[in-house]
Ligand binder design. Structure first.
Ligand SMILES: [Zn+2]
Length: 364
């Protein structure tokens, strides 16, 4: 679709004023057209509107992902390249823009991905779930972390990715020990019970949404502690990490996803120089992969003889929250505002890039 046709077709989906009764969307024609403003990009004009209810002014651009961005229509390519193994630096060179532009688009899309996900979250989970942490680091090996991941055993739907910083342990050279001590003197330790707290959060939700279902996890002390401190029983089974990692392993859905992270994130390749610079950048990539895998791609690329629809149905279709594989436009086409979505504390922190334990300066 050309930009002009796109612009002409746009129907304002909501009023941007958070106090307006049309803020959360409506089928009512709540606006009147109110002239054009001129812009410096094709099609060089931007339709303006006025809300009939509250009188606020807004324009067609208000609802676009590229709202107030100088270069339009980069985002789809940025998403695709970024989730298929290119570093921000390579994408920037390919698209002939600054690396900062790439980082900015990823950040904007990650927030939109969260809003989209909130509106399409399953209310019930009718399958078993595999749970484990993806171990990686941000900034340097002195800041290891876990991405706590819950994935549907049958659908491969990614239910959760939460973040836990870890304190570096294990063997270090004398030089590394000195460096580690310097960092601790300067910043203190990372919170020590984050894996426990995040596991508790995920298990509680699982228990309320998936009665009677089982959660598979590996033998991790923090997981067992979280299970024990629940007020109710949940059905779970621990799987030895020595067990063969083949499709028959109940942790296969997790192992599979984690191998995709290693394969498709330039930041997760061995000895990479494209590592994530801070917690926000890592979590935003993970959030984008979640939407990309859950909604925008089939469960498997190829036909699977045990699961004949796996190459034509997305995980979200298996879970029953949507009935087709979605395009970029269908997920990101209409910009949502944070005031339209109810977010919990974790999600709010994600949007605000708030990582109180971070040792890096994270631009908002
Ligand atoms: Zn209004």
């Amino acid at each position: 679709m050309t930009e002009t046709a796109d612009q002409l077709q746009l129907i304002p989906p909501y009023c941007p004023n958070p106090d307006c009764r049309y803020h959360f969307g409506t089928n009512v024609r709540f606006y009147v057209k109110n002239g054009f403003s001129l812009t410096d990009k094709p099609p060089f004009q931007n339709q303006r509107y006025k809300c009939k209810s509250c009188g606020d002014h807004f324009s067609a651009n208000t609802f676009r992902l590229d709202f107030r961005k100088r270069l339009a229509n980069l985002s789809e390519n940025v998403l695709h390249y970024s989730l298929n193994g290119m570093s921000n630096n390579s994408i920037a060179r390919l698209l002939k823009v600054n690396e900062g532009t790439i980082r900015d688009r990823l950040k904007t899309m990650a927030r939109q991905a969260l809003y989209f996900e909130k509106e399409h979250r399953p209310q019930k989970i009718s399958e078993d779930v595999a749970y484990d942490g993806f171990e990686t680091f941000t900034h340097s090996q002195f800041s290891p972390c876990y991405v706590n991941t819950a994935v549907g055993s049958h659908s491969l739907f990614i239910y959760h990715n939460t973040f836990s910083p870890l304190n570096r342990k294990g063997r270090m050279t004398a030089e590394q020990k000195i460096k580690q001590q310097e960092l601790i003197d300067k910043h203190g330790f990372y919170p020590r019970d984050s894996v426990y707290i995040e596991s508790l959060y995920i298990f509680e939700e699982f228990a309320s949404k998936a009665p009677g279902r089982k959660i598979y996890m590996d033998q991790h002390r923090a997981y067992e502690r979280a299970i024990r401190s629940l007020d109710f029983k949940i059905n779970y089974e621990t799987i030895s990490s020595r067990r063969r990692r083949d499709p028959a392993n109940p942790l296969f859905p997790i192992n599979h996803l984690h191998s995709l992270y290693r394969h498709f994130f330039s930041s997760q390749k061995r000895e990479t120089i494209a590592f994530q610079k801070h917690e926000a950048a890592l979590l935003e990539k993970i959030q984008l992969m979640k939407i990309y895998r859950n909604f925008m791609n089939s469960k498997f690329v190829r036909k699977n003889k045990f699961d004949p629809h796996a190459h034509e149905k997305s995980p979200a279709m298996y879970v029953g929250v949507i009935d087709k594989i979605l395009s970029f436009e269908e997920v990101f086409g209409i910009r949502k505002l944070p005031s339209q979505i109810s977010l919990d504390q974790r999600e709010m922190n994600f949007v605000k890039r708030l990582y109180p334990f971070s040792r890096q300066t994270i631009a908002v």
